[in-house]
Ligand binder design. Structure first.
Ligand SMILES: [Zn+2]
Length: 268
């Protein structure tokens, strides 16, 4: 009888994600506890390794810092299960706040107020620490296949929630390739940026009445939008991937220039 109930309990445990990931969930809790300890420190003598000031006076008015960007990725892996595994192995050192599977299931892996390791070395405008300022969303996709309808529905719902909760501007929904030109190409050219922009997540162009200024400068325009232009060809490739996915060149075409200027005008 006792054995039976043990077997039943084991089956029950295996049946839920909590069972399979119980040890990594424990590791998550341990890490959160150590951060909570840091926040409880009173008086604060040391914030993130910075030397303390001479005097401590605790203010009565404050809140938690909030994310202001959303960075979208494709996993470049073959299954959601594989990605969840990657993000729960300490040696990989990578993670994201959310993982969206092909059937539309959304996995939340980290409190939005904490810093995931998804952006790596990247830059958008003068922000050089996108991990600190953004939410990372990974979509299960190997990079050479369309994203599923169910994924896009879930993504739309999630982005809506994030946008409302943290008041994130439309322009701040960007892709990994946008912040890491020359290093990253996700989300791939299958990603429907236009559909998302129409829902208010990310910018899109309307070139109907666009007149290029005589002194229009491609690199300057890319810089104003936010692209890191230290490697010009890489920045152009990232721009093309986002707005002209059929164009895989390292040049901005004439129609591309109008698109670029249209996005620039919305970024200023
Ligand atoms: Zn990525």
């Amino acid at each position: 009888m006792k054995l039976l109930s043990i077997v039943a309990a084991a089956l029950l445990l295996a049946g839920c994600a909590g069972g399979k990931y119980s040890s990594t969930n424990k590791a998550y809790k341990r890490q959160v506890k150590s951060f909570a300890k840091l926040l409880r420190e009173y008086p604060v003598e040391d914030s993130a390794g910075l030397p303390w000031a001479g005097q401590w006076v605790g203010t009565t008015n404050f809140g938690m810092r909030r994310p202001n960007f959303v960075v979208i990725h494709h996993t470049a892996q073959n299954s959601c299960e594989q990605t969840l595994k990657t993000f729960t192995l300490p040696r990989t050192q990578v993670s994201a706040h959310y993982v969206i599977c092909k059937d539309g299931t959304v996995h939340h892996m980290l409190n939005d107020l904490l810093r995931a390791h998804h952006a790596g070395v990247g830059r958008w405008g003068n922000d050089t620490d996108l991990n600190s300022s953004s939410i990372g969303i990974e979509i299960d996709n190997n990079g050479s296949e369309p994203f599923t309808k169910l994924q896009m529905t879930s993504l739309g719902n999630l982005l809506g929630r994030l946008k409302r909760a943290y008041n994130i501007p439309a322009a701040n929904f960007i892709g990994h390739s946008d912040i890491a030109p020359g290093r990253k190409v996700d989300p791939s050219n299958f990603f429907p940026w236009m559909d998302l922009a129409r829902q208010g997540y990310g910018l899109w162009y309307d070139t109907t009445n666009v007149q290029l200024p005589v002194d229009f400068n491609v690199m300057n325009s890319l810089r104003i939008i936010g692209y890191d232009i230290r490697r010009p060809e890489a920045a152009i490739k990232s721009f093309n991937l986002h707005y002209l996915p059929a164009d895989t060149s390292v040049q901005v075409s004439d129609p591309g220039k109008k698109i670029l200027f249209s996005i620039q005008q919305q970024s200023q």
